[in-house]
Design a binder for this molecule. Sequence first.
Ligand SMILES: [Zn+2]
Length: 60
Amino acid sequence: MPTTNAPFVLYVYRCTVCGNAGTLHLPESAPEVTTACSACGAEVRVEWDGGVELTTNEPE
Ligand SMILES: [Zn+2]
């Protein structure tokens, strides 16, 4: 039986090839997944955003 009642949470990725940043909504139970960059198609690792809103703050 598919887990249709699993909560979906926001995942984010940053492509290391082209720098594209994207978001996905995946089931909360997905621990660590990869997807294809929507811009260049490279494989990127998607990370749980922690359920908070996206910020543009990045350490330099
Ligand atoms: Zn890319």
